[in-house]
Design a protein around this ligand. Structure first.
Ligand code: NAP
Length: 475
């Protein structure tokens, strides 16, 4: 007879796919359940953990990245293992996971982006902001992209914090960037950048902007760039005015004060300008081989049935010459092999994190979603903590109810044997910590906080060298 599940003789084996914040919060919450013996295997297709904390958070926001210290502690828990450089769907199938684990948690985030759906969107020079973010952060998928920064005018579409990050990085000076962990090739490309004018295009007004006030204030602190806001753009319509006066949105109030300050500061004579435009939407990208201009329509706001203020096109249009454009209108989840997918919402369909197949509600067992692939691409890093806990609570309820998966081969080492048998060179957490040290040491040699590896082959090669030197030391 097998011992009860989640005991020393029969540990609860959980696979977490992905290693961003939601993955670590799920692991942490599971590991903190008193009286339960849990073994977590966290699987990531990159050799490096932390998802968007490494590949998304702006390099000039180092404080936000210190959250990885918390994740390092989670990784020290008994039973926790990291399998980097292992791709779910390629190196490990859904069937293999169900044969080895009692539960599977998908924490894969939102790997794609939303499109504007306008003519000319695929012209050369038009990119999703997510690619630029991955590029400057040294993400292996994006490191070889080329952005032509030899032009002066760039548009950034969207009013979220990703749009703010992209705009700020484009507007920063070399001195501001060299002290960050921005990828070395991006640092050099931005040093040579000829960009002088960045147009941020928000489809609604300043009172509805999604960006937060600290990010807006940062624009006013840039060494080489100033923020240009036209007086007419901070004039509120009566509905927005009522909203601000209601006092229910402190962020919007602060944003408005900051924007008013920018609008009256006059010309500061700096080298670069961030033009913040509101109530405008791109309707067409114009160009023969590459983007030469964006056609913009002016919007007005109306109150939708749900009470929110939505944008509506007017007949006023203008053409703004630009040579590069980044759409920053939201990330988008992609289907995950072996799991149901809601293509409209671009998430895995779930009830409080328990994955369901709407066509056949009883068909999925022992599988959960956390983070952006569960709720969509919103919220700050900390939002993922309660989000992950909610999903793990479903898992724990299913454990109590005896409703988890029944793996045929739950032995911990079976996964290592399986991967080794396939020739998959997986990276452990201890090896990641070595890579982390090497990156920091390479950075320190240049007076920088870190010099990231941005190719998987270089990461593996560095680990081989560590192994060789440890072996020769032991000889
Ligand atoms: P976001 O905050 O959801 O912002 C998306 C922006 O795109 C909004 O301004 C939205 O306008 C606009 N938009 C959507 N569809 C559009 C369209 N068709 N045309 C024009 N504009 C359109 O998304 P995000 O900037 O990608 O950020 C994702 C999440 O990460 C957010 O929760 C964000 O706060 C977080 N994040 C935080 C930080 C930080 O804390 N420093 C940094 C980066 C990201 P509407 O409002 O009109 O829909």
């Amino acid at each position: 007879m097998t011992s009860p599940l989640a005991t020393a003789a029969n540990p609860l084996r959980v696979a977490i796919i992905g290693s961003g914040p939601s993955a670590f919060y799920a692991a942490d919450y599971l590991q903190k359940q008193s009286g339960l013996v849990v073994q977590v295997d966290m699987i990531d297709r990159l050799p490096t953990p932390y998802g968007l904390v490494r590949g998304g958070v702006a390099p000039d926001h180092p404080k936000i990245k210190t959250v990885t210290k918390v994740y390092e502690r989670t990784a020290q828990a008994p039973g926790f293992r990291f399998f980097g450089n292992v791709e779910y769907g390629k190196d490990l199938s859904h069937e293999e996971l169900t044969a080895h684990y009692h539960a599977i948690i998908f924490a894969v985030g939102s790997a794609s982006d939303r499109r504007m759906g306008i003519p000319g969107e695929d012209l050369a020079g038009s990119f999703p902001a997510t690619e630029f973010v991955g590029w400057y952060n040294g993400h292996p998928d994006y490191r070889d992209l080329k952005f032509d920064l030899s032009h002066e005018r760039v548009a950034v579409v969207g009013n979220g914090n990703v749009a703010m990050d992209v705009t700020r990085i484009l507007a920063s000076s070399y001195e501001e960037l060299v002290v960050t962990d921005i990828a070395d090739y991006a640092l050099e490309a931005l040093r040579e950048s000829k960009v002088t004018d960045i147009y941020m295009l928000g489809r609604r007004g300043p009172a509805q902007a999604a960006f937060t006030n600290p990010e807006l204030k940062e624009f006013g602190e840039l060494a080489e760039a100033e923020c240009v806001v036209r007086a007419e753009d901070v004039e509120l319509d009566s509905l927005s005015n009522q909203y601000i006066l209601s006092g229910e949105d402190r962020n919007a109030e602060r944003n408005l004060q900051t924007l008013m300050r920018y609008s009256i500061q006059g010309n500061l004579g700096k080298k670069k300008r961030i033009h913040m435009r509101f109530l405008v939407s791109p309707v067409r990208l114009i160009g023969t081989d590459a983007v030469e201009a964006v056609e913009i329509v002016h919007n007005e706001l109306y109150q939708a049935d749900d009470g929110t203020l939505r944008p509506r096109a007017t007949d006023r249009k203008e053409i703004q010459p630009i040579e590069l454009i980044f759409r920053s209108i939201g990330y988008k989840g992609l289907p995950v092999p072996g799991v149901p997918f809601d293509s409209k919402a671009a998430v895995i369909p779930n009830e409080h994190g328990r994955i369901i197949d709407p066509a056949n509600p009883q068909s999925v067992k022992g599988e959960y979603a956390v983070g952006w692939i569960k709720r969509g691409p919103t919220g700050i890093i900390g939002t993922n903590k309660p989000d992950a806990q909610e999903s793990v609570d479903q898992l724990l309820a299913d454990l109590q109810a005896g409703a988890l998966l029944e793996p045929t081969n739950p032995a911990q080492e079976a996964i290592n044997t399986l991967l080794e048998g396939k020739g998959v060179e997986y990276v452990t957490f201890a090896q990641w910590l070595k890579l982390d040290q090497i990156e920091q040491a390479r950075g320190a040699a240049l007076g920088r906080p870190r010099l990231k590896f941005s190719r998987i082959s270089d990461m593996l090669e560095a680990l081989h060298q560590v192994k060789d030197s440890e072996n020769s030391f032991a000889d």
